[in-house]
Design a protein around this ligand. Structure first.
Ligand code: 4NP
Length: 161
């Protein structure tokens, strides 16, 4: 089992969108049983809340489930449990390192680092931009790229037929 944790600031806009979209792509590829997917925030303002209305509207429009997803804050043990921590922006990377300390075994990466030639380095925060569509387009592309990367790198394997 390969474990991926998506991380943003509030865990109500970007990282829950990434969790739901990436899980949907993994399910479509028949890889749901090989990957554990979760999300969290580095801040604690929205703990226990479902995804933001804007994120829910996008996911509903795409027919992607977010059932049971509730915001939580990053925990020290996330650095031990997860193989890959995927940050939405550079400030998330810094906050993750601060929360987990330097001895975490997990790899910490920016989500858009998986998109070659991406015009942005950070996934814009729709909590401030209001543009959930733009954020979805970036998360959608990055999810496909991340899945392809994990397969190519041999981190996850397609079931033998
Ligand atoms: P997210 O967006 O990090 O994509 O979930 C935010 C949500 C809430 C806040 C900031 C960003 N906030 O300050 O409450």
């Amino acid at each position: 089992m390969y474990r991926v944790l998506f991380v943003c600031l509030g865990n109500i806009c970007r990282s829950p969108m990434a969790e739901a979209v990436f899980r949907n792509r993994a399910e479509k590829a028949g890889l749901a049983g090989s990957i554990e997917i979760d999300s969290c925030g580095t801040g604690d303002w929205h703990m226990g809340k479902p995804p933001h209305e804007g994120t829910r509207r996008i996911l509903d429009g795409q027919g992607i489930s977010y059932e049971g997803m509730l915001a939580r804050r990053i925990r020290a043990e996330d650095g031990e449990r997860f193989d890959l921590l995927v940050a939405m922006d550079e400030s998330n990377v810094a906050a993750i390192r601060e929360a987990l300390g330097s001895d975490t075994k997990a790899e910490v990466v920016r989500f858009l680092s998986f998109v070659p030639g991406a015009r942005l380095t950070d996934v814009p925060d729709p909590y401030y931009t209001g543009d959930f569509e733009e954020t979805y387009e970036l998360i959608s592309e990055a999810s496909d790229r991340l899945l392809a990367h994990l397969l190519e790198a041999g981190k996850i394997k397609t079931a033998a037929i």
